[in-house]
Write a new protein. Structure first.
Length: 86
Protein backbone atom coordinates (compact mmCIF):
# COMPACT_ATOMS: atom_id res chain seq x y z
CA UNK A 1 0.00 0.00 0.00
CA UNK A 2 1.31 3.40 -0.95
CA UNK A 3 0.03 6.39 1.00
CA UNK A 4 0.76 9.78 -0.43
CA UNK A 5 1.91 12.39 2.09
CA UNK A 6 -0.60 15.06 2.98
CA UNK A 7 -0.58 18.17 5.11
CA UNK A 8 -2.78 17.71 8.19
CA UNK A 9 -2.38 21.28 9.45
CA UNK A 10 -2.82 24.87 8.29
CA UNK A 11 0.19 27.02 7.54
CA UNK A 12 -0.95 29.49 10.23
CA UNK A 13 -1.48 26.74 12.85
CA UNK A 14 -0.06 27.82 16.25
CA UNK A 15 1.32 24.28 16.67
CA UNK A 16 2.95 24.31 13.24
CA UNK A 17 6.42 23.33 14.52
CA UNK A 18 5.01 20.47 16.60
CA UNK A 19 3.14 19.06 13.62
CA UNK A 20 6.21 19.27 11.36
CA UNK A 21 8.30 17.48 14.02
CA UNK A 22 5.60 14.82 14.38
CA UNK A 23 5.93 13.96 10.68
CA UNK A 24 9.72 13.82 11.01
CA UNK A 25 9.33 11.43 13.96
CA UNK A 26 6.96 9.15 12.01
CA UNK A 27 9.34 9.13 9.03
CA UNK A 28 12.28 8.19 11.26
CA UNK A 29 10.23 5.44 12.93
CA UNK A 30 9.55 3.89 9.53
CA UNK A 31 13.29 3.64 8.88
CA UNK A 32 13.99 2.22 12.36
CA UNK A 33 11.11 -0.24 11.86
CA UNK A 34 12.80 -1.59 8.73
CA UNK A 35 16.05 -1.94 10.69
CA UNK A 36 14.16 -3.79 13.44
CA UNK A 37 12.39 -6.12 11.01
CA UNK A 38 15.71 -7.07 9.40
CA UNK A 39 16.86 -8.37 12.78
CA UNK A 40 13.55 -9.91 13.99
CA UNK A 41 11.48 -10.73 10.86
CA UNK A 42 8.17 -10.28 12.73
CA UNK A 43 6.88 -6.94 13.94
CA UNK A 44 5.61 -6.63 17.50
CA UNK A 45 4.92 -3.11 18.81
CA UNK A 46 6.04 -3.95 22.36
CA UNK A 47 9.30 -5.58 21.21
CA UNK A 48 9.84 -2.66 18.85
CA UNK A 49 9.46 -0.33 21.81
CA UNK A 50 12.18 -2.25 23.68
CA UNK A 51 14.41 -2.19 20.60
CA UNK A 52 13.98 1.56 20.18
CA UNK A 53 14.72 2.20 23.84
CA UNK A 54 17.76 -0.08 23.89
CA UNK A 55 19.31 1.23 20.66
CA UNK A 56 18.16 4.85 20.46
CA UNK A 57 17.11 5.91 23.97
CA UNK A 58 13.47 6.60 23.09
CA UNK A 59 10.44 5.28 24.96
CA UNK A 60 7.41 5.44 22.70
CA UNK A 61 3.92 6.06 23.98
CA UNK A 62 1.72 3.05 23.23
CA UNK A 63 -2.05 2.94 23.58
CA UNK A 64 -3.63 -0.52 23.26
CA UNK A 65 -0.55 -1.73 21.37
CA UNK A 66 -0.69 1.17 18.91
CA UNK A 67 2.20 3.60 18.56
CA UNK A 68 1.21 7.23 19.18
CA UNK A 69 3.07 10.39 18.21
CA UNK A 70 4.43 10.91 21.74
CA UNK A 71 7.69 9.70 23.21
CA UNK A 72 10.13 10.29 26.07
CA UNK A 73 13.90 10.50 25.79
CA UNK A 74 15.38 8.04 28.33
CA UNK A 75 19.03 8.14 27.20
CA UNK A 76 20.22 11.44 25.73
CA UNK A 77 23.42 9.99 24.23
CA UNK A 78 21.54 7.28 22.35
CA UNK A 79 18.87 9.80 21.34
CA UNK A 80 21.57 12.00 19.83
CA UNK A 81 22.60 9.04 17.64
CA UNK A 82 18.95 8.68 16.60
CA UNK A 83 18.78 12.37 15.63
CA UNK A 84 22.03 12.23 13.69
CA UNK A 85 21.21 8.97 11.94
CA UNK A 86 17.62 9.77 11.00
Amino acid sequence: MNIKPFQDYDDDDPNFEQRINRWKYWTALKVVRNEYIESKKDFDAYEFEDYLEKHYGIRMNLVNGNITDGYQVVDEKKFLIFLLKF
